[in-house]
Design a protein around this ligand. Sequence first.
Ligand code: ATP
Length: 356
Amino acid sequence: MATLSLKQVEKTYANGFKAIHGVDIEIADGEFAVLVGPSGCGKSTLLRMIAGLETITGGEISIDGRVVNNVAPADRDIAMVFQNYALYPHMSNYANMAYGLKNRGYSKDEIDRRVREAAGILQLSELLERKPRQLSGGQRQRVAMGRAIVREPKVFLFDEPLSNLDAKLRVDMRLEIKNLQKRLGTTSVYVTHDQVEAMTLADRLIVMNGGIAEQVGTPIELYEKPATRFVAGFIGSPSMNFIDGTVSDDCSHVVLNDGTKLDLDHNVAANRPVVVGIRPEHLSLNTPSNSKITARVRIIEALGAETLVYLNFGDKNEAITIRMQGTHQFETGAELVLYSNPQQIHLFDRESGHRI
Ligand code: ATP
């Protein structure tokens, strides 16, 4: 059990490229933290620095209060689960799980106890004598997790462990990982570029963008109060609608390009250029309000439990998406009136992208 602390952590690669620009994160004992962000934002770099696989070129990383900047990976008391499993193909699953313990000089009995206990937790008991190639992708990933569990480390690090699995298995394994982490109570850091995976797994979410931690919070905090337009667009699926507008003279509403007026519930300066953010699930066809956008249906996606409708509005054919519960039919080109609620409107500064 351990806390993990990153203070002003920086990474400049040997070629001079600065991949991490001063990241501060405190992860509590037993917490499941997820690093999420688009490709190239620095997630893997940060995880590899925690693991000791990359040098730290600025700041400090501490595990349980001990600065580990110059501690070798093997001495950091962490275990990492990789995307490609990294199992030895010629060894049995048992031997794969036992390998790290054997190297560390544990007794045969202790190794056997730990491997069988982990196999029990992961439902691998019947598969221990097989080789990795005789397993399914999901079972192989479980062996990889078993190898991490038997070490009884202070911190688990996961680097996109589910990316090689098909969609259904990803969901199953996601639940298994969440259950396992809660059961073991081991502080964990998990990297993914999949925002749904991030939302469902995280106690705390760290949204990375261009080498900085753009926002840190619970999944619901980030969904309800995204600090920037970037976070707002990244968290939530389908993505939040963003529409340019200008705050009215009396600050009571925002005027969109086509003249549409949306009521505001914000303390914001008159005539300020803003970006309005409205989640697709917060536009309604049947809860009338003063704030209405008239839009034309472009495409419908019927998903059974919900329907996504992609529309255009105004002279510039701006795109807008709504998400409705259940199944609905509309003709392409049909005009719909979309109502918004002032309390569910997000405003961002047009220049900086910061929340207003
Ligand atoms: P992905 O989801 O695609 O794996 P990521 O968020 O994990 O992306 P990183 O792999 O951490 O991103 O890379 C962050 C940035 O650092 C990228 O711009 C990448 O090109 C750069 N980078 C990574 N490794 C090196 C290296 N050894 N030398 C120079 N630049 C590197």
